[in-house]
Structure formats: structure tokens, C-alpha cells
Write a protein that binds this ligand. Sequence first.
Ligand SMILES: [Zn+2]
Length: 116
Amino acid sequence: MEEQNQFLTILPDLIGSVFFLFGVSVMLFLQISRNAALKRKIFRWSLVLMMPLVLGFFWAANAPLPIILGFIPGVVIIALMNLRMIRFCGFCGKTLVNYNLIFRHKFCSDCGASLK
Ligand SMILES: [Zn+2]
């Protein structure tokens, strides 16, 4: 019983650490790799995997259920914004971040190739 209580106390820190390390690893990979197809796959899957990590963190931190449910649309909106903002050049493989949510990049800022 004592060990279970200790585990529950460190669970938010554990999930937060996994979330942080996972996020940093994905960001580093997206900046270092030049394989656009692989980056697209890993980026999409990382967004899907981040959602349960974020919600799991709030659950482990004993956040009330209405607050956790309230975070679901926020987490989904942030994931969709990231999908819209981050693109990968199919020619040079560069990761392109566009902070303008209305207009998307049409050309790579690095090599000038068209982004479809
Ligand atoms: Zn390019």
C-alpha cells in the first residue's frame, strides 16, 4: 500500500518527464533529419501520442474530471494548429514553421521548392 501511494505521488512527475523528453526528442528529430516523408509520419504520430500524455498528466495530478474534459478541445485545437503551422519541404527536407494560421507557406524558405 505504501509503495502504491509513493508511485501515485511521483506519477505526475513521471508523465511530465516522459512528455518533456518525448517532445524534445521529436523537436530535435524534426530539426536534424532531412527525410521529409519520415518527419511527416513521426510528427503526426507524435501529436496523437502527446494528447494522452497531456491528459494523463492532469489525471495523475488529481485534476477534477470537468477540468480534464475541458482540456480535450484545447489539446485537439493545439494539435490541429501544429499540423497547420509545421510543414516539411519534400525537396530539401527542411522543417518549416509558419506562425500565420491564415496563409500557409507555398514555397520552401530554404530552397524555394513548391510545397504541395
Ligand atoms: Zn526546401
